[in-house]
Design a binder for this molecule. Structure first.
Ligand code: ADP
Length: 200
């Protein structure tokens, strides 16, 4: 079983950019968003439970999850969010464990956007938080997704705060600077994780 480093951070903080840099170093990256998308395809066992719980409105015409509708629903209703998590989290967790067991590497990076917000995600041996100022986050989300400042802020308010995330961190990677400044931080952490994983 590979040692698991959980990578988290708010929307637009730089998780994808950073996990790409770890992947360049040969690290196995396990993306829980991607696993969630696979579980929400037509015919997946989770879809039956989702339809029973939320009704046919959240199912797209091709039988997969209507992710936009579901996002709207959980955004406005914490109860719905909790119920969706109860369905998906055990399945995501099991798939992460399967991939960690299948990885031939010393450690793997598990990208979990809502690691701090979610209970039951205790598979990380170590938590790495991507940190940047809220203003940077807003700028990047606006630029990447074409959202307005208010829309970007509304998403951020629904997520853990910068301080809550930092309180959960074993390691922090700062992404207030240029993308080029990330590589040396990633290389240093990579060496650190290899050492930790060797003695785990
Ligand atoms: P996340 O996966 O956390 O949502 P991304 O890695 O996708 O964040 O980064 C959000 C956006 O900001 C992307 O368009 C990315 O290219 C850009 N970005 C990330 N880090 C930097 C940086 N240091 N400087 C400039 N742009 C950045």
């Amino acid at each position: 079983m590979a040692f698991a480093v959980g990578l988290t951070g708010g929307i637009g903080s730089g998780k994808t950019t950073i996990s790409d840099l770890f992947a360049e170093l040969g690290v196995d990256v396990i993306d829980t968003d991607e696993i969630a998308r696979e579980l929400s395809r037509k015919g997946q066992p989770a879809m039956r439970q989702i339809e029973e719980q939320f009704g046919p409105d959240v199912i797209a015409s091709d039988g997969s999850l209507d992710r936009d509708r579901m996002r709207e629903l959980v955004f406005s209703d914490p109860d719905a969010r909790e119920k969706l998590q109860q369905i998906l989290h055990p399945l995501i967790r099991a798939e992460v464990q399967r991939r960690l067991a299948a990885s031939g590497k010393l450690y793997a990076l598990v990208v979990v956007p809502l690691l701090v917000e979610s209970r039951g995600y205790d598979f990380a041996d170590r938590v790495l938080v991507v940190d940047c100022s809220e203003e940077r986050q807003i700028e990047r989300v606006m630029q990447r997704s074409g959202l307005s400042r208010d829309q970007a802020k509304a998403i951020m308010v629904s997520q853990a705060s910068r301080n809550e995330r930092l309180a959960a961190a074993d390691d922090v990677i700062n992404n207030d600077g240029k993308i080029a400044a990330l590589r040396s931080q990633v290389e240093k952490l990579h060496r650190h994780y290899l050492t930790l994983a060797e003695s785990a």
